[in-house]
Write a new protein. Structure first.
Lengths: 675, 214
């Protein structure tokens, strides 16, 4: 009865309102805002956005989510570049640095927790710039150094291992824009060593484990003049050719790109340690639109089509880990929007074909075809009260994953807005594209590496029901943004382990239990306040709270690894138009990791230092300071960024890296200038 | 992890005096540069309008584990400063030779530093100026073996605060004495007390430098 009432109430909400492609946690980050975040990498940026939570084991790839709401595996995020979904997720990590453009080329980033027509939990939309007119060249050069190295003591009895450095990262672009067209070429190079004490033993062991008869990497690498292959370091390179032309009142863009990560050591919990892979993503895509601008009356049509090939392998054939794997995706989708009177109707339709290539021919099924459609109706978009609704569905092999969402926005007065939204989203297991899907289909990666696991039941569609309320108000002295949210997860599946410690290799071992049919409830609160501090400065305060309640045991157990409180206060002072000083204090509450209770207090002794692993990650408070100077008519900037000034013990994961006081220096000439 | 200290040197009177001089100099600079009637001084030069170029000799009078294996370094520093909207922006390049002590099984470790920072000073009477500064930068410790085998370097982050006294003469020349405390954030922190002295020459900044800095 309760369930029927809930469905009826939800239906009433849908009838009364609707879902624009705008939701309670939509956040647009402009180029200027990117500069204000004092970051040098895309993944780093997503770790510093207010109200978002990002976790990292290695400090290189991050799992970014709004309020950690995508912790269950079935709620993955789509990363898209100019509308094209990118296959940057491998079995255990979102590798955002595979995005083939650099921060210097990015015009804006939109973080949207609305369900996309691809069935994802939400989207991270990255928009790369087009050349406006004439030649434009630029790029960025950035490097960071974390404190805690041995320095000259390396040659004494006080010797200790070197810890992480960041970069050097280099990116360049050259573009030309004619009247109604543009073309450009860009490339990037990035390095990140995995040498933190907590992971050093794992990574060096993996690096040293050569296949019988293999040539040691130090003698085989053609890139050894700028990359040391004897270190556990990822070398990420990328190149992209972008071009476009304006026709029919809209841009039509094409991109061909390749991004490559050589020897990425990503921490994988099923394996209990770092797994080395070579990853490569090749993309070719087209997009564009015809018709009206979508804002007034008339009809507008858009299209996107692309092919991409993602491979995980050991190209040097030197590592013992056999990870050969490739996935090819063909995607095509279109949308048609028609506006009339005060209303607008939009129809999205698309098809995706995915084909997996396992050289061992173990898969019982290699290809899937997903058909997706969504219908959005919105009304009175410019009236004090506007509403929208979306119905969507994904269809594959006789199965379907429906979704629906609705939104009402009330502009109470010019500076006060109240938005209420609700959504119901489902996602097919086949869309998850993760280790468990392919294991179920016969891929024996885990078994071949001696990893044991069980799946306790059938994995079905995971459903997420959400409701959000958001109030924003602004005045002369500042502004406030308050958001309350509720999420209900049904049929989620999660992983459980009871790790034991292997002191010889400093790795963790446990069979994995995939627990299915889990339900859970999560409530969130996000508060942001802005206030002026005179004409040239301002303060930004942000507080986020997330609480799990009334959930199944496995769900509740997993949620203990999400910090309940996150608080930041950033103060920006601009003494001169070209000089900016920024201070930031951030606090995150501690977390508890049930999987690691069995290794609490375990000690890894390596290279003269001791690392103690704990099941609880303590709360952390950090202070950052940044100085930014813009020059060459503000088309270039130099950033000096000091992170974790007082050397707080900051880590996100029991087996992960600890970051100390780190200093970054960055020189950048972003696309479009106008810093 | 702690190491034995077989090569601990005896402090000399000069070392003890230099370490004692730092807080005295700092206190003096704070008193002399603090708020008071002298606040009514004329406004400073326009930002980036001037370049001060200095050459100074520098000596390390610090006491840390570093000095168990290496003799306190002597060196030289080349510095430049330009007026900012308040105070001065500083850039210092420094070389200090750290030679291995007799019997220590370590290579010589000459260190190159590059520090950028901010400072301010004020006239306290006659041609005498007193000031305080802070800087952040990097030091590259280069292992130097006699046979050049196994040479490598360690690049580390550090900060320093300084107190300074200067005497202006002949219009654009200044004689400076600076005492700085420098911390390098290695796993076992390295603390140095650096005393430097030398001459500074002031120039009008070329237009292209001003346009870049502005």
């Amino acid at each position: 009865m309760t369930r029927r009432l809930a469905i009826a109430a939800f239906g009433a909400v849908l009838l009364a309102c609707a879902a624009l492609p705008v939701h309670a946690k939509r956040l647009a980050i402009t180029r200027a805002a990117i500069a204000d975040l004092d970051v040098t990498r895309l993944s780093d940026l997503l770790a510093r956005v207010d109200a978002w939570h990002a976790q990292s084991a290695d400090g290189y790839t991050w799992q970014p989510t709004p309020d950690a709401l995508s912790t269950p595996r079935a709620n993955t995020w789509t990363v898209a570049l100019n509308g094209h979904a990118l296959d940057v997720s491998d079995f255990d990590a979102n590798h955002l640095e595979l995005v083939p453009v650099s921060l210097a080329e990015i015009d804006s980033i939109v973080l949207d927790d609305a369900a996309g027509t691809d069935g994802s939990r939400g989207r991270i939309e990255i928009f790369a710039s087009r050349a406006a007119g004439g030649w434009r060249a630029g790029g960025a050069l950035a490097a960071g150094n974390e404190t805690g190295d041995p320095g000259p003591y390396r040659y004494t009895s006080m010797a200790s291992p070197n810890v992480d450095a960041i970069g050097p990262d280099v990116s360049l672009f050259l573009m030309y824009g004619g009247g109604g067209w543009y073309a450009g070429l860009s490339g990037g190079l990035m390095q990140h060593p995995f040498t933190d004490d907590a992971m050093r033993e794992h990574t060096t062991t993996e690096l040293a484990s050569l296949r019988p008869g293999a040539v040691p990497p130090g003698e085989s690498s053609a890139t050894s003049w700028f990359y040391d292959p004897t270190w556990p370091t990822v070398l990420r390179t990328s190149a992209a050719l972008r071009a476009g032309a304006r026709a029919g009142g809209h841009w039509h863009d094409a991109i061909v790109s390749i991004s490559d990560a050589k020897r990425y050591f990503h921490y994988s919990e099923p394996f209990g340690g770092e797994v080395p892979t070579d990853q490569r993503l090749v993309l070719g895509a087209l997009s564009g639109a015809f018709g009206g601008d979508g804002g007034g009356a008339g009809t507008r049509a858009g299209y996107r089509a692309g092919i991409q090939h993602k491979s995980l392998e050991d190209r040097d054939q030197v590592l013992t880990f056999d990870y050969d794997w490739a996935v090819t995706r063909l995607r095509a989708d279109a949308d048609v929007a028609h506006a009339f009177g005060g209303a607008r109707v939009r129809l999205d339709a698309g098809i995706e074909q995915r084909e997996a290539d396992d050289p061992r021919d173990e898969l019982t099924r290699t290809d899937d075809t997903f058909t997706r459609a969504a219908l959005t109706v919105s009304g009175h978009e410019r009236a004090p009260v506007s509403a929208a609704a979306t119905l969507s569905g994904t269809f594959a092999d006789g199965e379907r994953a429906p979704g629906a969402s609705g939104r009402v926005a009330w502009v109470m007065r010019e500076a006060d807005t109240l938005v209420v939204s609700a959504a119901y989203r489902t996602r097919l297991f086949a869309e998850d594209d993760n280790l468990w899907l392919w294991s179920e289909r016969g891929y024996s990666l885990l078994a071949a590496q001696g990893v044991s696991y069980t799946i306790d039941g059938a994995i079905d569609r995971t459903a997420v029901t959400s409701a959000d309320l958001r109030w924003t108000s602004s005045g002369v002295l500042g502004a406030i943004d308050l958001a309350l949210g509720y999420r209900r997860f049904d049929d989620a599946y999660l992983e459980e382990r009871d790790f034991t410690f292997e002191p010889e290799s400093c790795t963790f071992e446990s069979p994995t239990r995939v627990v299915t049919g889990q339900a859970g409830n999560v409530g969130t609160l996000d508060l942001k306040l802005w206030h002026r501090l005179g004409d040239n400065s301002r303060g930004d305060f942000s507080f986020a709270y997330v609480e799990e309640f009334g959930s199944d045991a496995s769900f509740a157990r997993a949620w203990q690894s999400v910090p309940r409180h996150r608080l930041t206060y950033a103060m920006t002072f601009r003494p001169r138009p070209t000089w900016t000083l920024r201070g930031r204090v951030a606090h995150r509450s501690g977390t508890s990791w049930a999987d690691y209770r069995g290794v609490d207090g375990a000690v890894c002794r390596t290279d003269g230092v001791e690392v103690v692993y704990h099941a609880n990650v303590p709360a952390a408070t950090t202070f950052d300071l940044a100085v930014q100077h813009r020059f060459w008519r503000r088309s270039a900037a130099v950033d000096l960024i000091a992170r974790n000034l007082f050397g707080a013990d900051v880590k996100d994961h029991p087996a992960g890296a600890t970051t100390d006081f780190t200093l970054y220096l960055q020189l950048r000439i972003p696309h479009g200038g106008g810093l | 992890v702690t190491g034995a200290a077989p090569h601990r040197r005896d402090d000399t009177i000069a070392m003890r005096a230099a370490r004692a001089a730092f807080p005295i100099l700092a206190a003096l600079a704070v008193i002399l540069t603090g708020p008071g009637p002298a606040c009514a001084q004329a406004p400073g030069p326009a930002p980036f309008s001037r370049l001060d170029v200095a050459l100074r000799g520098v000596a390390d009078f610090g006491e840390s584990d570093l000095h168990d294996d290496w003799t306190p370094g002597r060196g030289v520093e080349l510095a430049t400063a330009t007026p900012f909207y308040a105070g001065d922006l500083d850039l210092v390049a420094r070389f200090i030779a750290n030679t291995a002590r007799d019997g220590a099984d370590v290579p010589d470790m000459p260190a190159f530093s590059l520090f950028g920072g901010w400072s301010f000073d004020r006239t306290v009477g006659g041609g005498l100026r007193a000031g305080l500064g802070g800087a952040i930068g990097i030091t590259d410790w280069i292992a130097s073996y006699a046979d050049n085998e196994g040479a490598s370097s360690e690049l580390e982050i550090g900060t320093e605060v300084s107190a300074r006294l200067g005497f202006v003469f002949a219009g654009t020349w200044r004689a400076d004495a600076i005492c700085a405390w420098q911390a390098t954030f290695t796993r076992e922190r390295i603390d140095l007390v650096l005393v430097s002295a030398g001459l500074t020459k002031s120039f009008d900044a070329p237009g292209w430098i001003r346009s870049v800095l502005e």
